[in-house]
Design a protein around this ligand. Structure first.
Ligand SMILES: Nc1ncnc2c1ncn2[C@@H]1O[C@H](COP(=O)(O)OP(=O)(O)OP(=O)(O)O)[C@@H](O)[C@H]1O
Ligand SMILES: O=C(O)c1ccc[n+]([C@@H]2O[C@H](COP(=O)([O-])O)[C@@H](O)[C@H]2O)c1
Length: 188
Protein backbone atom coordinates (compact mmCIF):
# COMPACT_ATOMS: atom_id res chain seq x y z
CA UNK A 1 0.00 0.00 0.00
CA UNK A 2 1.29 3.51 -0.84
CA UNK A 3 2.30 5.74 2.08
CA UNK A 4 -0.50 8.02 3.20
CA UNK A 5 -0.10 11.16 5.24
CA UNK A 6 -2.32 10.99 8.28
CA UNK A 7 -3.03 13.97 10.56
CA UNK A 8 -3.24 13.24 14.28
CA UNK A 9 -5.49 15.37 16.46
CA UNK A 10 -4.79 14.51 20.07
CA UNK A 11 -7.18 15.42 22.81
CA UNK A 12 -9.38 14.50 25.71
CA UNK A 13 -12.52 15.07 23.60
CA UNK A 14 -14.52 15.56 26.79
CA UNK A 15 -16.70 15.78 24.74
CA UNK A 16 -15.88 16.09 21.03
CA UNK A 17 -17.52 19.20 19.53
CA UNK A 18 -18.17 20.94 16.23
CA UNK A 19 -14.93 22.96 16.55
CA UNK A 20 -12.91 19.73 16.45
CA UNK A 21 -14.95 18.44 13.50
CA UNK A 22 -14.62 21.57 11.36
CA UNK A 23 -10.87 21.55 12.00
CA UNK A 24 -10.45 17.85 11.20
CA UNK A 25 -12.57 18.02 8.05
CA UNK A 26 -10.56 21.02 6.86
CA UNK A 27 -7.23 19.22 7.23
CA UNK A 28 -8.61 15.97 5.77
CA UNK A 29 -10.01 17.60 2.63
CA UNK A 30 -7.98 20.75 1.93
CA UNK A 31 -4.37 19.73 2.61
CA UNK A 32 -2.11 16.88 1.54
CA UNK A 33 -3.46 14.71 4.36
CA UNK A 34 -5.52 11.68 3.35
CA UNK A 35 -7.16 11.30 6.74
CA UNK A 36 -7.34 12.83 10.21
CA UNK A 37 -7.43 10.59 13.25
CA UNK A 38 -8.86 11.69 16.61
CA UNK A 39 -6.50 10.17 19.17
CA UNK A 40 -8.57 9.99 22.35
CA UNK A 41 -6.30 10.48 25.36
CA UNK A 42 -7.27 8.69 28.58
CA UNK A 43 -5.24 11.24 30.52
CA UNK A 44 -3.47 14.24 29.03
CA UNK A 45 -0.24 14.94 31.00
CA UNK A 46 -1.12 18.56 31.79
CA UNK A 47 -4.80 18.06 32.58
CA UNK A 48 -6.68 17.00 35.71
CA UNK A 49 -8.55 13.72 35.34
CA UNK A 50 -11.28 14.81 37.76
CA UNK A 51 -14.24 15.69 35.53
CA UNK A 52 -13.31 13.37 32.70
CA UNK A 53 -16.01 11.14 31.25
CA UNK A 54 -14.93 7.48 31.05
CA UNK A 55 -12.52 6.72 28.17
CA UNK A 56 -14.96 4.42 26.38
CA UNK A 57 -17.71 7.06 26.51
CA UNK A 58 -15.47 9.77 25.02
CA UNK A 59 -14.37 7.37 22.29
CA UNK A 60 -17.99 6.42 21.57
CA UNK A 61 -18.94 10.11 21.24
CA UNK A 62 -16.13 10.62 18.71
CA UNK A 63 -17.33 7.55 16.80
CA UNK A 64 -20.88 8.94 16.72
CA UNK A 65 -19.59 12.36 15.62
CA UNK A 66 -17.61 11.07 12.64
CA UNK A 67 -19.88 8.20 11.57
CA UNK A 68 -20.04 7.92 7.78
CA UNK A 69 -16.96 10.08 7.14
CA UNK A 70 -14.29 7.85 5.64
CA UNK A 71 -11.57 10.49 6.05
CA UNK A 72 -11.98 10.77 9.82
CA UNK A 73 -11.24 8.07 12.32
CA UNK A 74 -11.36 7.49 16.09
CA UNK A 75 -8.17 5.98 17.50
CA UNK A 76 -8.06 4.31 20.92
CA UNK A 77 -4.40 3.25 20.92
CA UNK A 78 -3.64 5.28 24.09
CA UNK A 79 -6.13 3.18 26.07
CA UNK A 80 -3.59 0.35 26.15
CA UNK A 81 -0.49 2.51 26.78
CA UNK A 82 0.94 3.69 30.14
CA UNK A 83 -0.55 6.86 31.66
CA UNK A 84 -0.36 9.80 31.49
CA UNK A 85 -0.42 9.63 27.70
CA UNK A 86 2.84 10.91 26.28
CA UNK A 87 2.64 11.75 22.59
CA UNK A 88 6.06 10.30 21.77
CA UNK A 89 5.01 6.92 23.21
CA UNK A 90 1.78 7.06 21.24
CA UNK A 91 3.63 7.91 18.06
CA UNK A 92 6.01 4.97 18.55
CA UNK A 93 3.03 2.65 19.07
CA UNK A 94 1.15 4.04 16.06
CA UNK A 95 4.19 3.62 13.82
CA UNK A 96 4.55 0.04 14.94
CA UNK A 97 0.89 -0.70 14.25
CA UNK A 98 0.58 1.28 11.00
CA UNK A 99 4.00 1.01 9.36
CA UNK A 100 2.70 2.35 6.03
CA UNK A 101 1.42 5.66 7.46
CA UNK A 102 3.30 8.98 7.52
CA UNK A 103 1.97 10.79 10.58
CA UNK A 104 1.65 14.56 10.97
CA UNK A 105 0.86 16.26 14.28
CA UNK A 106 -1.97 18.82 14.17
CA UNK A 107 -1.68 21.48 16.81
CA UNK A 108 -3.09 24.87 17.76
CA UNK A 109 -0.59 27.73 17.84
CA UNK A 110 -1.36 28.17 21.54
CA UNK A 111 0.03 24.68 22.30
CA UNK A 112 3.29 24.97 20.39
CA UNK A 113 5.30 27.04 22.93
CA UNK A 114 4.69 24.32 25.56
CA UNK A 115 5.83 21.48 23.32
CA UNK A 116 9.55 21.68 24.29
CA UNK A 117 8.45 20.58 27.80
CA UNK A 118 6.76 17.42 26.52
CA UNK A 119 8.28 13.98 27.06
CA UNK A 120 11.30 13.40 24.75
CA UNK A 121 10.43 16.64 22.98
CA UNK A 122 13.66 16.75 20.97
CA UNK A 123 13.02 13.31 19.46
CA UNK A 124 9.36 14.10 18.85
CA UNK A 125 10.24 17.34 17.06
CA UNK A 126 12.89 15.58 14.99
CA UNK A 127 10.59 12.75 13.96
CA UNK A 128 7.32 14.31 12.89
CA UNK A 129 5.95 17.17 10.78
CA UNK A 130 3.70 19.64 12.58
CA UNK A 131 0.80 21.53 11.02
CA UNK A 132 0.13 24.44 13.35
CA UNK A 133 -3.17 26.29 12.99
CA UNK A 134 -3.46 29.87 14.29
CA UNK A 135 -5.82 30.37 17.25
CA UNK A 136 -7.59 33.71 17.67
CA UNK A 137 -6.06 35.60 20.58
CA UNK A 138 -2.80 33.66 20.39
CA UNK A 139 0.22 35.25 18.73
CA UNK A 140 1.73 33.33 15.84
CA UNK A 141 4.61 31.33 17.32
CA UNK A 142 8.22 31.74 16.27
CA UNK A 143 8.99 28.59 14.30
CA UNK A 144 12.80 28.91 14.58
CA UNK A 145 12.97 26.14 17.18
CA UNK A 146 10.55 23.97 15.21
CA UNK A 147 12.09 23.26 11.78
CA UNK A 148 9.45 20.66 10.89
CA UNK A 149 6.52 22.92 11.76
CA UNK A 150 4.49 24.99 9.34
CA UNK A 151 1.59 27.34 9.91
CA UNK A 152 -1.63 26.27 8.20
CA UNK A 153 -4.71 28.40 8.56
CA UNK A 154 -7.96 26.58 9.31
CA UNK A 155 -11.52 27.73 9.97
CA UNK A 156 -12.08 27.79 13.70
CA UNK A 157 -15.12 27.90 15.90
CA UNK A 158 -14.61 29.64 19.22
CA UNK A 159 -16.00 26.89 21.44
CA UNK A 160 -14.43 24.34 23.78
CA UNK A 161 -15.33 21.13 25.56
CA UNK A 162 -15.30 23.19 28.77
CA UNK A 163 -18.08 25.36 27.32
CA UNK A 164 -20.12 22.27 26.40
CA UNK A 165 -19.67 20.82 29.91
CA UNK A 166 -20.70 24.14 31.50
CA UNK A 167 -23.75 24.35 29.23
CA UNK A 168 -24.80 20.83 30.20
CA UNK A 169 -24.37 21.61 33.90
CA UNK A 170 -26.49 24.74 33.55
CA UNK A 171 -29.15 22.99 31.46
CA UNK A 172 -28.45 25.22 28.46
CA UNK A 173 -28.69 24.21 24.80
CA UNK A 174 -25.78 22.43 23.15
CA UNK A 175 -27.62 22.16 19.83
CA UNK A 176 -25.22 22.68 16.88
CA UNK A 177 -22.27 22.91 19.25
CA UNK A 178 -22.02 19.13 18.89
CA UNK A 179 -23.46 16.86 16.16
CA UNK A 180 -27.07 15.77 16.74
CA UNK A 181 -26.07 12.18 17.56
CA UNK A 182 -23.59 13.43 20.20
CA UNK A 183 -26.20 15.80 21.64
CA UNK A 184 -28.71 12.94 21.94
CA UNK A 185 -26.14 10.77 23.72
CA UNK A 186 -25.10 13.57 26.10
CA UNK A 187 -28.71 14.35 27.01
CA UNK A 188 -29.68 10.70 27.67
N1 LIG B 1 -12.78 25.22 18.78
C1 LIG B 1 -11.63 24.65 18.45
N2 LIG B 1 -11.07 24.92 17.26
C2 LIG B 1 -9.90 24.34 16.92
N3 LIG B 1 -9.20 23.49 17.71
C3 LIG B 1 -9.70 23.19 18.89
C4 LIG B 1 -10.93 23.76 19.33
N4 LIG B 1 -11.18 23.27 20.55
C5 LIG B 1 -10.16 22.46 20.85
N5 LIG B 1 -9.27 22.40 19.87
C6 LIG B 1 -8.04 21.61 19.81
O1 LIG B 1 -8.40 20.26 19.65
C7 LIG B 1 -7.50 19.41 20.39
C8 LIG B 1 -8.27 18.51 21.32
O2 LIG B 1 -9.00 19.33 22.14
P1 LIG B 1 -9.44 19.02 23.61
O3 LIG B 1 -10.00 17.65 23.72
O4 LIG B 1 -8.40 19.43 24.56
O5 LIG B 1 -10.72 20.00 23.58
P2 LIG B 1 -10.99 21.37 24.24
O6 LIG B 1 -12.29 21.80 23.65
O7 LIG B 1 -9.85 22.32 24.15
O8 LIG B 1 -11.18 20.85 25.74
P3 LIG B 1 -11.29 21.56 27.16
O9 LIG B 1 -12.22 22.72 27.04
O10 LIG B 1 -11.83 20.41 27.98
O11 LIG B 1 -9.88 21.95 27.55
C9 LIG B 1 -6.54 20.33 21.13
O12 LIG B 1 -5.36 20.38 20.35
C10 LIG B 1 -7.26 21.68 21.13
O13 LIG B 1 -6.34 22.76 21.12
O1 LIG C 1 3.78 14.06 25.46
C1 LIG C 1 3.63 14.94 26.31
O2 LIG C 1 4.49 15.14 27.21
C2 LIG C 1 2.38 15.80 26.27
C3 LIG C 1 2.18 16.84 27.18
C4 LIG C 1 0.99 17.59 27.10
C5 LIG C 1 0.03 17.29 26.12
N1 LIG C 1 0.26 16.25 25.26
C6 LIG C 1 -0.74 15.89 24.22
O3 LIG C 1 -1.43 17.01 23.73
C7 LIG C 1 -2.83 16.74 23.66
C8 LIG C 1 -3.62 17.97 23.97
O4 LIG C 1 -3.33 18.30 25.29
P1 LIG C 1 -4.39 19.05 26.19
O5 LIG C 1 -3.77 19.05 27.55
O6 LIG C 1 -4.55 20.40 25.57
O7 LIG C 1 -5.66 18.19 26.10
C9 LIG C 1 -3.06 15.63 24.68
O8 LIG C 1 -4.05 14.76 24.25
C10 LIG C 1 -1.74 14.93 24.78
O9 LIG C 1 -1.75 13.82 23.93
C11 LIG C 1 1.40 15.52 25.32
Amino acid sequence: MATQRIGLLFGSFNPVHTGHLILAEHFATRTDLAEVWFVVSPHSPFKQAADLRPDAERLHLVQLAIAGNSRLRAEDIEFSLPRPSYTIATLDALRQRYAEADFVLLMGADNLPGLPRWQEAARLLAEIDLYVYPRPGSPLPDLAAFPRAQIMAAPLLDISATYIRESLREGRSIRYLVPAAVEAELLK
